[in-house]
Design a protein around this ligand. Sequence first.
Ligand SMILES: *Cc1c(COP(=O)(O)O)cnc(C)c1O
Length: 364
Amino acid sequence: MPRPILATIHSAALSHNLARVRVAAPDARVWAVVKANAYGHGIERVFDALRSADGFALLDLAEAQRLRALDWRGPILLLEGCFEARDLELCSRLGLWHAIHCNEQIDRLAAHKTQLPHHVFLKMNSGMNRLGFTPERFRAAWTRLNALPQVDQISLMTHFSDADGPRGIEAQLQAFESVTHDLPGERTLSNSAATLRHGAVLDGRSDWVRPGIVLYGSAPDFPEHNVAHWGLQPTMTLSSRIIGLQQLRAGDSVGYGSSFVAEAPLRIGVVACGYADGYPRHCSTGTPVLVGGVRSRMVGRVSMDMITVDLSALPQAGMGSEVTLWGQSTTGAVLSIDEVAQAAGTVGYELMCAVAARVPFVLA
Ligand SMILES: *Cc1c(COP(=O)(O)O)cnc(C)c1O
C-alpha cells in the first residue's frame, strides 16, 4: 500500500467557485488565473472545470503551451508579458496576449517581425509599485505602442494592492481613471478581492476580471471573511491517515524539541504528513485538523514526514482513521486552508502552491 497522503482536486468546487465569480461580476468576462500551475492544483486537472471561463491568465510561457496543448483556442494572457525577444515569437505562434509593463518590452516588440499583430495589455503602476508604467508615463507608452505596426489592440490593466483590506481601491482606481478615461480599449482591473469586495464600484469599469484565489476556494480577505461568508468551496483536499498511536502520561512530551508536554494523560495519533509533503513547518500546537471529519488539533512540532494530533476527544479514532489537513473530509466536514495558513503565519495561496512533488494527486 502506498503512503496514505493524497491531494484531491474537486472539479465541482472549481466550477462552483467560477459561477460564484460570475455572480459577483455579472457584466465582466473572466480570466481564470492559472499561474503557478493553477495555484498548485495542476493546469490539466483544473482545465475541464474552468473551461467555461472567457480566458486563462498566467505568466509562464511553458504553462501557456500546456493550455494550447489541451486544445484551448480562446484567449490566454501573459500577466508579466514577455521576458526576452524570442518569447514574442511564441506569442505570435500561439496567439498569446501579453502585458506590457516596461519600455524594454516595447523596444523588443518594435523589433519583432510578425505577420500577425499582437493584442497587448498596457499595465499601469497605479500604486502597487511592482510592475507597470506610472500614471505620468502611461500615455507616452500608449502612444508609442499605438504607433507600432506589430500591435493591433491595446487593452489597459492595473493591479490593486489593497483590495482585501481597509485602504481599499479608491486611490488606485482614481489614478487609473484620471489618466485613461479618454483612451480606447478594454480594461482589466480586479483580482479576487476586488471582484468580491468592490464589485459594485467596479461594475462597468472592468471589462475583464482576473480572479485567482477565489476559484480555488480560499477567501481573499480571511480572517475578516471566510469561505462560508463568500459562498466558496474548497477545491483542494490534503488528506492522510493515522499510522501510529501513543498514549501519553502527564508530563510526557511529543516530537522534536519536546515542544509539547501533556498536562494530563493524552492519546495521540501519528499522521503520515510532514513538511516534506508541503504541510507548513510553522504550524504549532493548536493548528486545526479533522480526524474522521471531526475537528481536533495538532500537537508538537511538524516533522519531515509526520505530525501528531490530539485524539483525547475522539475515542472512535484509531489506526487508519482519515485525517484532513485541509479541504473536505469524506464526511463532508470542511477545514478551510485559510485556517491552517493562518496558524502558519501565511496565506492559503502559499500552502496550495507548495504541496510537494511526492504527494500523489487525484481528480474528483
Ligand atoms: C495573481 C494575479 C491575479 C489573481 O490574484 P488573486 O488574488 O489570486 O485573485 C490577478 N492579476 C494579476 C496581475 C496577478 O498577478
